[in-house]
Structures are given as structure tokens and as C-alpha cells.
Design a protein around this ligand. Structure first.
Ligand SMILES: *[C@@H]1O[C@H](CO)[C@@H](O)[C@H](O)[C@H]1NC(C)=O
Ligand SMILES: *[C@@H]1O[C@H](CO)[C@@H](O)[C@H](O)[C@H]1NC(C)=O
Ligand SMILES: *[C@@H]1O[C@H](CO)[C@@H](O)[C@H](O)[C@H]1NC(C)=O
Ligand SMILES: *[C@@H]1O[C@H](CO)[C@@H](O)[C@H](O)[C@H]1NC(C)=O
Ligand SMILES: *[C@@H]1O[C@H](CO)[C@@H](O)[C@H](O)[C@H]1NC(C)=O
Ligand SMILES: *[C@@H]1O[C@H](CO)[C@@H](O)[C@H](O)[C@H]1NC(C)=O
Ligand SMILES: [Zn+2]
Length: 261
């Protein structure tokens, strides 16, 4: 009976959908922490110039954070991980017990991609993280928070978990400044329902030093801790493992090169 219904249901789907329906389950999608009393600060779109500063500022204040990373950042030269400086930043973040997670390879809207590009966006980023750190990330945040069932199925196929947020520091909003972002934190923390999963970016700044990192972050840490929250990684606040596997980093060789997906 069950089988007959399933086959009938599948008959209405395309070939690709049948394949993914048969060979995996949809990824779990979290929009907030599950452990009450936890707050997870997340930083998207890096690693960028101030990545080590985020690691340092948080570590100095007993905070663990999570980086949702793109291996191909803006271009293949300076902002790609295949630039040795960023490999270094990632290992540094790990040494401070922060979590590394995927934000896909080049930050495309996953719901606009064909199968080939969708696979590359997920797998090339995982490969880059794995090569540089030895860790295979268990978490993925779809760029722009944009996903559909196909996307979740692809993430699930790889045993990864999808993660959004329930608070936006607004630092990627056009024209937002540190004052706007701090106000957002004031409101967000005081109205938090027992936990908080906060979206920030390493990269958005009209000027150096970056306001998210050097102005808002210390303020947010102080504020959140004054409300009694523990600042932990996404994996911790969801009670899950941060990585599908861990091991030593690989040795850089000629196969480590950047290309568009
Ligand atoms: C950011 O970190 C670097 C070391 O990675 C340090 O040299 C620099 O002074 C820091 N910037 C600020 C503004 O603290
Ligand atoms: C790496 O960082 C150093 C020091 O900031 C800089 O001089 C160098 O140009 C960077 N390397 C690349 C490939 O961007
Ligand atoms: C998700 O988006 C992709 C790309 O536009 C599309 O091919 C796919 O059919 C969509 N899946 C669902 C379940 O809507
Ligand atoms: C998938 O999309 C990419 C990028 O738009 C394109 O270059 C490629 O030809 C497409 N592949 C297929 C099989 O349609
Ligand atoms: C996903 O997890 C299952 C069960 O642990 C395992 O059999 C499978 O190989 C994993 N797949 C991937 C792509 O890691
Ligand atoms: C920040 O932006 C707001 C507008 O949203 C503006 O009123 C305020 O003056 C700005 N603050 C600073 C310090 O630039
Ligand atoms: Zn992003």
C-alpha cells in the first residue's frame, strides 16, 4: 500500500526528483538555536581581511563563533582561499575553537542553479575547507538564505545540515552603520526567546577598520553576556557535531587552484 502510494506520487515528478527522492532525505534546516541560554554569533562571506581579528576578539572574551565561508570570494586572486593568507586565517580560527562551516563556493543563489553548478557550489567549497583544514564541514548556510526543496535534498544527500538565523545585525544592509547595528542588537537581545542565532558579515564596511568587527562585535559580546547567554558555536547550540570528519590538512600542490564554478 505504502509503496503503491509512493510510486504514484513519484510518477508526477521529473527524473532528477525521483533520483534524489530515492537516494536521500532532505537536510534538516535550523533557523535558531535549540539550547536555551545559548547565543551563536555567525560571520558570513569570509574569510576576509579581519578574520583573525574576529577570532581574537571573541577568544579574548570567552566567545566561540561560527564562520560561514566562501572559498571563492569576489575573485580568484586576492580574495580566494587559494591565497595562502586565508588558509592561515582558517587554521587560526580552528586553533581558537571557532567553527568553520560552508556558505557555498561562490555565493550564488542556490535556487537559480542547474544540477552541475549546484553540485560544484557545495562540493568545491567542502573540498577547499577539507584541504586547508582537514575538516569536512557539517553545516551549510545557503547564500541570501535562499533555498528550496531541491537545495535541501542536495545538502541532505551530503549529510550536511542547513542553518539560517533568527537575528540580523543588519551589517549587510545598504547604508547601515555601526549605530544601526548596535541598536539592532539592543532590540534583538532584549526580545530573544531564550536563545539567539545572529547573522553578521566579516566583509561589509565602507571603511577600514571594519565596523562589524572592531566596533559592533565587542559591543555585542558584552551585551549578550550581560543578559547571561553563553556565546557558543552553531554546532554547540544545536547539539550536533561541527564536522562530518576531521583529519590533518592536506599539502598544498598544483591541484589547489581557484576557478569559477
Ligand atoms: C587585526 O589582527 C592583526 C593580526 O592578525 C593585527 O596585526 C592587527 O593589529 C589587528 N587589527 C586591529 C585593528 O586590531
Ligand atoms: C598576504 O599578506 C601579506 C601581509 O599582509 C601581504 O604582503 C601579501 O601580499 C599577501 N599575499 C597575497 C597573495 O595576497
Ligand atoms: C529549486 O530551484 C531550482 C533552480 O531554479 C529548480 O530547478 C528546482 O526545480 C527547484 N525545486 C523545487 C522543489 O522547487
Ligand atoms: C549549467 O549552468 C552553467 C552556468 O550557467 C552553464 O554554463 C552550464 O552550461 C549549465 N549546464 C547544463 C548542463 O545546463
Ligand atoms: C551519510 O551518513 C550515512 C550514515 O552514517 C553514511 O552511510 C553515508 O556514507 C554518509 N554519506 C556521506 C556523503 O557522507
Ligand atoms: C547611522 O545611520 C543613521 C541612519 O540610519 C543616521 O541617522 C546616523 O547619523 C548614522 N550614524 C553615524 C554615526 O554615522
Ligand atoms: Zn552571504
Amino acid at each position: 500500500m505504502h509503496t503503491a502510494i509512493s510510486l504514484l506520487a513519484l510518477a508526477g515528478l521529473g527524473y532528477a526528483s525521483i533520483l534524489s527522492a530515492l537516494d536521500g532525505t532532505s537536510a534538516k534546516l535550523f533557523t535558531g538555536c535549540v539550547t536555551k541560554g545559548d547565543a551563536a554569533l555567525t560571520f558570513d562571506d569570509g574569510p576576509y581581511l579581519w578574520n583573525k581579528n574576529v577570532s581574537d576578539i571573541c577568544a579574548a572574551n570567552g566567545a566561540k563563533v561560527t564562520f560561514f565561508l566562501n572559498a571563492y570570494n569576489w575573485d580568484c586572486m586576492y580574495q580566494s582561499w587559494y591565497n595562502v593568507n586565508y588558509t592561515d586565517s582558517l587554521l587560526y580560527a580552528l586553533s581558537k575553537e571557532h567553527q568553520l562551516a560552508s556558505h557555498t563556493y561562490s555565493h550564488k543563489d542556490m535556487t537559480t542553479l542547474n544540477q552541475t553548478t549546484l553540485d560544484r557550489e557545495i562540493d568545491w567549497n567542502n573540498l577547499a575547507i577539507k584541504r586547508m583544514t582537514g575538516c569536512m564541514p557539517a553545516f551549510l548556510r545557503p547564500p541570501y538564505g535562499s533555498y528550496n526543496d531541491t537545495v535541501l535534498m542536495e545538502i541532505g544527500k551530503r549529510n550536511m545540515t542547513a542553518c539560517l538565523w533568527d537575528f540580523d545585525s543588519q551589517d549587510s544592509w545598504t547604508g547601515a552603520n555601526a549605530t544601526n547595528s548596535k541598536k539592532a542588537y539592543d532590540q534583538g537581545v532584549s526580545s530573544a526567546q531564550g536563545s539567539m542565532l545572529a547573522l553578521n558579515h566579516e566583509t561589509y564596511s565602507n571603511s577600514s577598520p571594519d565596523f562589524t568587527v572592531f566596533d559592533v562585535l565587542p559591543y555585542a559580546i558584552d551585551l549578550i553576556q550581560s543578559y547571561g547567554f553563553n556565546l557558543v558555536t552553531v554546532a554547540e547550540c544545536l547539539g550536533q557535531k561541527p564536522y562530518l570528519s576531521t583529519g590533518p590538512p592536506s599539502k598544498r600542490d598544483w591541484t589547489w587552484y581557484c576557478q569559477e564554478s
